[in-house]
Design a protein around this ligand. Structure first.
Ligand code: GLC
Length: 547
């Protein structure tokens, strides 16, 4: 039955931040040849697709999310021949390759913007969003940049401001101009013709802005910390017209076989679901970031997660395929947010929920945020707002992959200065060390992906949350989140996750009398269990096979 599902429904996506995965040429920055060298490793993780953050030519003001040429390759990462090789090597291993598409803005060095800013009557002028100064000479309205300060920068030469919601070197394209979307669709076709399997589309929910440029109202719930949150972003985000743009992008994807469009969208369920499209004609997967938004141990609670999963499942449109994400290059690492013991539970959750999981590189070995000394900070929001660096700086989750305990963790040759510092504990936490430890996080990750791949109930089966009473009590144990995954004519699985640091004795006999442990987070426990008297240890997760 699993044959009727598409690769991206059954599969696991693995995100690579290319600057930090593997440096093959000794410049301290990861590259495409480095990724190629590590493909056997990726295959050993049983992941089905890799998504690579931007590899295009870029002045790197936002580390590649400022694209100067959408159909080229930055020499730091390699050449187009390297991409072709990566693609064929990925495909040879039965995996898929997803690229990052950044349509909302370009680099200020992109030839389109160079033309646009050259004069007010240049034909590309209105490909970007230019406005006259306010009567006092200041910015045209109160819109803010995510990265601090106003979203407008004044251009001396032509006497107008241009819009950028990120750094000022990321001018925003004007999708109200009839030539801009067709140009972006051609770029999509360029990569799809090459055989790329899909795109993760950067800030897709921001692509359209209010055409009257109204001031945004104050946010009554602002906590006084991050200045960008002062306003309610009703005129710069999630405009109804954006759906028409996305439908046109999807039509291009549909000119090809089984390609995938994932949209980066930070919105609550009700709004998020609209990005599947009324007729499933928008994103295949609007990224679901609810787990990422649980930012610390205080919010990482079994009942919070249970309610979140149940609410998401209930909000999904009938044919909308779910997805879950634990971490990415913009948010603190999950092992730091929830702690190392719960990071195992988090991975078991990710890989047993219904829907496509996305893993951020290093999560499979429990990589944590790396403290960045002030003089080494590189990420623009942290550089612009040093007092908030600890909160919003993204360098800590972008540090080099920890391959072994040798010099530079096997990421770069000895003696090379890596672009961000290595984790101080890399000699203890690295791939090579975990390969040989049967109880390691790495081997847990593999056991989870292996089971998910071989069991239809886990990859495509239904999800039902179940109550998990303590033995002798009727009330569910607060620390426990338990759920069933099942599919007709195949084994069912009961997943029991202890989010707390106390042990519990549970009575789950209402589900079945007994079960067999398929995977335990400690990678030791195994064998049959009596579900009327199930001990669940602190920080323990169990996948139980019901036959
Ligand atoms: C997305 C990216 C982030 C980038 C921003 C601007 O949110 O994930 O890394 O800074 O867009 O392109």
């Amino acid at each position: 039955m699993t044959n009727s599902y598409l690769w991206w429904q059954k599969g696991v996506i693995y995100q690579i931040y290319p600057r930090s995965f593997q440096d093959s040429n000794g410049d301290g920055i990861g590259d495409l040849m480095g990724i190629i060298q590590r493909l056997d490793y990726l295959q050993s993780l049983n992941v089905d697709a890799i998504w690579v953050s931007p590899i295009y030519p870029s002045p790197m003001h936002d580390f590649g999310y400022d694209v100067a040429d959408y159909t080229g390759i930055h020499p730091i990462f390699g050449t187009m021949a390297d991409v072709d090789r990566l693609l064929s090597e990925v495909h040879r291993r039965g995996m898929k390759l997803i690229l990052d598409l950044v349509p909302n803005h370009t680099s200020d060095e992109h030839p389109w913007f160079v033309e646009s800013r050259s004069s007010r009557d240049n034909p590309k002028r209105d490909w970007y969003i230019w406005r006259n100064p306010a009567p006092d000479g200041g910015p045209p309205n109160n819109w803010l940049s995510f990265f601090g300060g106003p979203a407008w920068t004044f251009d001396e030469k032509t006497g107008q401001y241009y819009l950028h919601q990120f750094v000022k070197q990321q001018p925003e394209l004007n999708y109200r101009h009839p030539e801009v979307l067709p140009a972006m669709l051609d770029i999509m076709r360029f990569w799809l013709d090459k055989g790329v399997d899909g795109f993760r589309v950067d800030v897709i929910w921001l692509m359209l802005k209010d055409d009257q440029f109204r001031d945004e109202p104050p946010n009554p719930d602002w906590d006084g910390v991050v200045p960008f949150m002062k306003l309610q972003h009703i005129y710069t985000q999630n405009l109804p017209g954006v759906h028409d743009l996305i439908r046109q992008m999807r039509r291009v994807m549909d000119e090809y076989d089984e390609r995938l469009m994932v949209g980066e969208i930070y919105l609550p369920n009700q709004e998020l679901m609209k990005y599947y499209g009324q007729n499933y004609d928008e994103c295949h997967l609007p990224f679901n970031f609810q787990l990422i938004n649980l930012s610390d141990r205080m919010t990482w609670k079994a009942q919070t997660v249970r309610q979140m999963v149940d609410a998401y499942e209930a909000a999904l449109p009938q044919e909308g395929w779910p997805n879950w994400v634990l971490g990415n290059h913009d948010r603190h690492r999950v092992a730091t947010r929830v702690g190392p013991a719960q990071a195992r539970v988090a991975n078991m959750l990710l890989l047993t929920l219904r829907g496509t999981p996305t893993t951020y590189y290093g999560e499979e070995i429990g990589m944590e945020n790396v403290p960045i000394p002030p003089e080494s900070i590189q990420d623009p929001p942290a550089v612009n707002q040093p007092e908030l660096a600890h909160l919003i700086g993204r360098d800590p989750e972008r540090t080099p992959m920890q391959w072994d305990d040798g010099p530079n963790a096997g990421f770069a040759p000895a003696g090379v200065e890596t672009w961000l510092p290595l984790a101080p504990d890399y000699t203890e936490r690295n791939v090579a060390g975990q390969e040989t430890d049967p109880t390691s996080m790495l081997n847990l990750y593999r056991a989870l992906t292996n089971l998910r791949r071989s069991e239809p109930a886990l990859s495509v089966g239904d999800y039902t949350s179940v109550s998990a009473p303590q033995r002798g009590e009727s009330r569910g144990a607060d620390d426990i989140f338990a759920y069933l995954r099942s599919v007709p004519n195949s084994d069912r699985f009961l997943i029991v996750l202890n989010f707390g640091s106390k042990s519990h004795t549970l009575d789950l006999s209402h589900v079945a009398p007994q079960a067999t442990i398929a995977v335990a987070t400690d990678m030791i426990r195994s064998g049959p269990v009596d579900l009327s008297n199930l001990s669940c240890r602190p920080d323990e997760g169990l996948i139980l096979r019901l036959d």
